[in-house]
Design a protein around this ligand. Structure first.
Ligand code: FE2
Ligand code: FE2
Length: 137
């Protein structure tokens, strides 16, 4: 699996949210490198700390997006919020698994995250971006 290279077509047109998505991708790439790298001396530790970082950044990003939805009275906010929660739960469960050494991150999990991330940004977040730009017309 390749690193994700940010495609400007994925921007939703809101500077702060776009910046956060790019940061998210950067963390994902580091996680991918930590999982797939064989040269690392302490891969488990790097995986654990990077996954924790992703979890924390995910919370921060979802909070920002949800707050903006509330402020702008976005009618699909509830459904969007539920999608965020599902992803958060998936990642959190993996993190807990790693804490107990019950699970080693693997490329299946990375694919799941990558697909979710890119799929969500390109569909649901794009919809919200379109809504935001309709407000400023
Ligand atoms: Fe997002
Ligand atoms: Fe979102």
């Amino acid at each position: 699996m390749e690193n994700i290279i940010w495609d400007p077509a994925w921007n939703i047109g809101h500077a702060e949210i776009d910046k956060q998505h790019q940061k998210w991708v950067e963390i994902f790439n580091r996680l991918r490198n930590a999982v797939l790298s064989e040269s690392d001396e302490k891969p488990d530790e790097v995986q654990r700390t990077t996954l924790k970082e992703m979890l924390e950044y995910t919370h921060y990003h979802f909070d920002s997006e949800e707050k903006l939805m509330k402020e702008t009275n976005y009618s699909e906010a509830h459904g969007h919020w539920r999608l965020h929660k599902e992803f958060d739960k998936t990642v959190y469960e993996k993190y807990r698994g790693l804490e107990g050494n019950a699970l080693i991150l693997n490329s299946d999990l990375l694919s799941l995250m990558k697909n979710w991330l890119l799929g969500h940004i390109q569909t649901e977040d794009q919809k919200f971006g379109q809504y935001l730009s309709s407000l400023s017309i």
